[in-house]
Design a protein around this ligand. Structure first.
Ligand code: SF4
Ligand code: SF4
Ligand code: FES
Length: 362
């Protein structure tokens, strides 16, 4: 362990811990923008500056490893002034075009702007430098006018998703994040997972389907319905409808990460064509043989009792006429263990086939 003192408080942390994490452990909040605990330290924005006794200059605490006996100060007049100037500097190249981004809370960047007493509307650039919604990706909204070059999208795409879509291009004031070799996201092999959106602290990258959707009334933490991984996330609900999915950093299985289905595939919930009642082909309901006649093949609504009876009859017919292996059963990772156990019994003992599979591969 390494022993250090932060704001007069003794702290013990494992060797190699960054000062920022040690300060968090001791209960001190240091403003950050480019840092995220899931990503490798970057040290780019300098908002997390601290004073270290004996050091010649302030240091970025997110990229500064602790050392034995170190004495750190996280709040002072000089630090406040430096951080405020950094935010002011970032605002000079920032432009908000005024659209409703559908986020519940202000962005991390706007939080610190307000915290340091700055008025974004007065300090921000008066003109956009880039086209708003500049990328044709169907789900990721790109507005580089709000980009502060924190590099979190670049690291998230590399380190969380392993796709290497984003990179930093050009130099100086013209620097910008760009997909691939200055192409568009999908050409740069983006999988539309939205990890870059989840880690962006300014809304420069955002969820395209949620732009203009208004603010959610509430967040509902739930488990993804698609596969057996069991990712958790927050449904952003407005007027009883899902308008956005956001990462929940406390999700035990997936943390901030989601795939394209979990983050963007929620429109089926309210889809007008979603099946909410059991349906069968009309000829089955009438007890007639299979037909190509269009009117007899139509789907008609019925009750569960009728549907299950028809299913049982057809399974029995297949087994008796063509043998047990003419039947295959696919179960779901979203069923309980007990339900899957029962389906296993149905396949092997009632029908007599080993043709049973399960999407979780457990
Ligand atoms: S959506 Fe996912 S794959 Fe595409 S650029 Fe963002 S992080 Fe990379
Ligand atoms: S797009 Fe967002 S995450 Fe990427 S560098 Fe800009 S501000 Fe940071
Ligand atoms: S948060 Fe430390 S330099 Fe950006």
């Amino acid at each position: 362990m390494t022993h250090l003192i932060i704001n007069g408080t003794p702290v013990d942390v494992p060797e190699g811990t960054m000062v920022l994490r040690a300060a968090e452990k001791a209960g001190f909040t240091i403003p950050t923008l480019c840092d995220h605990p899931d990503l490798t330290p970057y040290g780019g924005c300098r908002l997390c500056l601290v004073e270290v006794k004996g050091a010649r200059a302030m240091a970025a605490s997110c990229a500064l490893p602790v050392s034995e006996g170190m004495e750190v100060t996280t709040e002072s007049e000089a630090l406040f002034k430096s951080r405020r100037e950094i935010l002011e500097f970032l605002l000079f190249a920032y432009h908000d075009s005024g659209y409703e981004n559908g986020q519940k809370d202000e962005t991390q960047f706007m939080h610190w702007v307000r915290h340091f007493g700055l008025d974004a509307t007065k300090t921000q650039s008066s003109e956009p430098r880039y086209k708003v919604d500049s990328d044709p990706n169907p789900v990721v909204w790109v507005d580089l006018n709000k980009c502060i070059l924190c590099n979190r999208c670049v690291r998230a795409c590399e380190e969380v998703q392993g796709r290497f879509v984003w990179g930093l291009t050009k130099r100086g004031f013209d620097s910008e994040v760009s997909p691939g070799a200055n192409t568009d996201m999908l050409t740069a092999r983006c999988e539309s997972c939205g990890a870059c959106v989840a880690y962006c602290p300014t809304g420069a990258l955002d969820n395209k389907p949620s732009i203009g959707a208004g603010k959610p009334d509430k967040l509902v933490t739930t488990t993804c319905a698609y596969c057996g991984v069991g990712c958790q996330f927050d449904l952003n609900v407005k007027d009883g409808k899902i308008i956005r999915v956001t990462s929940n950093p406390n999700a035990p299985v997936n943390g901030m990460h989601l795939c394209v289905k979990g983050r963007y595939g929620y429109d089926y919930v309210h889809h007008a064509e979603r099946l909410t009642k059991p349906m069968v082909r009309k000829y089955l309901l009438d007890g007639e043989p299979r037909t190509t006649n269009r009117s007899s093949s139509e789907w008609v609504e019925t009750d569960w009792e009728t549907t299950l009876n028809i299913t049982a009859r057809k399974l029995r017919e297949s087994r008796d006429n063509f043998g047990p292996d003419s039947v295959g059963i696919l179960t779901s990772a979203k069923c309980t263990n007990e339900e899957n156990y029962l389906m296993n019994k149905l396949a092997r003992q009632v029908i007599g086939t080993n043709n049973i599979d399960h999407c979780a591969r457990l």
